[in-house]
Design a protein around this ligand. Sequence first.
Ligand code: AMP
Ligand code: MG
Length: 338
Amino acid sequence: MAKYLNLTNEYNKVSLKEAASYINNGKLVLFPTETVYGIGADGLNEQAVKNIFIAKGRASDNPLILHISSIEMLDNIANITDPLEEELIKAFFPGPLTIVLQRKSIVPNAVTANLDTVGIRMPENKIAHDLIELANTPIAAPSANISGRPSGTNISDIFDELNDKVDYIIDGGETKVGLESTVVRVINHEIHILRPGKITYDDLSKYGKVIIPEHILSEVNKNDVVLSPGMKYRHYAPKTKCILVYSENKTNLIKKIQELETNNTLVITNSNNLKNFKNAISYGTTLEEISHNIFKLLRSADKGHYELIIIEGVKTEGLGLAIMNRLIRACSHNYLKV
Ligand code: AMP
Ligand code: MG
C-alpha cells in the first residue's frame, strides 16, 4: 500500500519533502505533470529505474524520459550538439515538449534502453517541478499506467491499478493537457516528431523544418527501425473492443456509426452529434477538451461492460494529430475513414 498525499485543495512546497526523500531513497513516486501522471524514480539510480519497468510491465527496450527542473540539471545528463536544440529548449521549456539529446555517461543504461540518446523534459506543473527540485536529481518517469492501458490523468482512474506497485502517491487533481508530451529529435538540423502531443507541427515549424514519420498514424511492424521505440507497442487500449471512425462529411460519419452500433455499444463523440446515437457520451467539442477527456473516458467506458466502443475521430491537424495517434492505437488500428 502506497503512502497517499492529497494536494488537490491546498499546496505548499514543504509538503513535498517526504515524497522527495522517497525519490532519494530509490522508491517509486506517482506524481502529476501537466500532460499525464508519471511513475517517478531517481533517474540516476539504475535499480530504482529498473523497478519502474517492473511496476509497469514495460518492455525494457522502451526508454524513459528524464524530467528536470533546471538547465543545470540538463547539462549534467546530456550534450547539445545542434543550435536548433538550444532554440527549442529556450522556446518550450518548461512545458509539454520532450527533446531527445545525446546522453552523458552518468545516465544509466536502463533509462535509455542502451541508446546513445536520452529524452529530456522540464515539466511546467508546479508539483512536478518542486518535487524534482527538492529531490535534486532528474526524475525518470513514464506515464502512470500498466503498459498497454490508457495513461492516468487523475488518481482515481489509476489508484487500483498502481496502489500496490508504487511507494508514494501524490494527488494533484486532473492533469491539464491529458495527453503525453510531444517527443522530438533534431537530426541534420531538422526537427523529427517522434511522438505528437500538445506542442504541434505548427508550433515547431517556427523554428525549423519539421518531419512527421509515417508510422505516427499507422502500424509499426515489430522489425521496423523506428526512432521512438514506444511506437511499436500496443498502447492506450481499453479492454473492450474499439473502432475509430472518421469522416470529413458529417452525414457519412453518422451513417457509418449507426451501421456499426449494436444494442450494447457506447459511442464516444462530439457533443453536437450525441443525439444521433442510441447510447453516446461526449468527449467535448474542442481539441483541447478532447485531449483532456479522452483517457478518462476510455477507462470509464471499460467499466460499462459494453461489447463495443465506437469513437469519432478528429482531423489530424494541430492537436488533432496527437489525439488520432493515441486513438488509432487505443483501437488497435481498427480505423475506418469513410
Ligand atoms: P512514456 O514514458 O510512456 O510517456 O513514453 C515515452 C516515449 O518517449 C516513448 O515513446 C519512448 O519510446 C520515447 N523516448 C524516450 N526516450 C527516447 C530516446 N532516447 N529516443 C527515442 N525515443 C525516446
Ligand atoms: Mg506511456
